[in-house]
Design a protein around this ligand. Sequence first.
Ligand SMILES: CC(C)(COP(=O)(O)OP(=O)(O)OC[C@H]1O[C@@H](n2cnc3c(N)ncnc32)[C@H](O)[C@@H]1OP(=O)(O)O)[C@@H](O)C(=O)NCCC(=O)NCCS
Length: 175
Amino acid sequence: MPKLTRPHARFHASFLATLAEFRAAGPLSDWAARIDHEAVRAPSGFSAYIDSLHARRTPDSVAAEGPVPESSLFWSEGDEFLGRIAIRHRLNSRLEVMGGHIGYVIRPGAQGRGHATALLLAAMPVAYALGVDDALLTTDPDNHASRRVIEKCGGRLVDQKPGHCYYRLRTGPGA
Ligand SMILES: CC(C)(COP(=O)(O)OP(=O)(O)OC[C@H]1O[C@@H](n2cnc3c(N)ncnc32)[C@H](O)[C@@H]1OP(=O)(O)O)[C@@H](O)C(=O)NCCC(=O)NCCS
């Protein structure tokens, strides 16, 4: 059964397969586009990438508009990477417009099987424990799969602007 996992170097092979799936699927998702596909090909490059994910929990900068603390978790089965979720511990003005507290992605080869819904449901208690009890989630209005995932997890549409839908999701027990 898939579960939330700490990012780890043991996912290297399936992570590279995931990036190949994204390249084959067409325009890269925002998440895949931010990764240096060449750099993570070598085990040392992938380890550095994993370390950078862990380091984001405690960014050096405390500037109001600098990076916010972010916890990344993988969704995996055995050594198979299926997707990832990032929980930002707080918002800055950029994330208030786009990105919100929580972002997720499921690899193309595993989409349409309920993974994103299960991933978000599993991550809600983690977000709550991090102090994110009323999470902001933003999505493109045309991203119907993501909107459906958020709504199935209990998210309420609270605002809509050109190019952006804003949802609020209570993450606590009984939410
Ligand atoms: C959005 C994303 C995470 C969904 O992952 P997934 O594992 O396929 O999602 P699930 O299988 O849990 O659920 C998808 C739901 O959307 C529905 N859906 C999918 N495509 C849809 C469409 N075009 N219109 C309406 N509903 C759609 C599915 O039917 C399903 O709902 P159902 O269970 O009621 O049938 C995945 O497509 C992805 O990683 N996309 C790229 C990154 C991204 O957009 N991330 C979200 C940023 S806000």
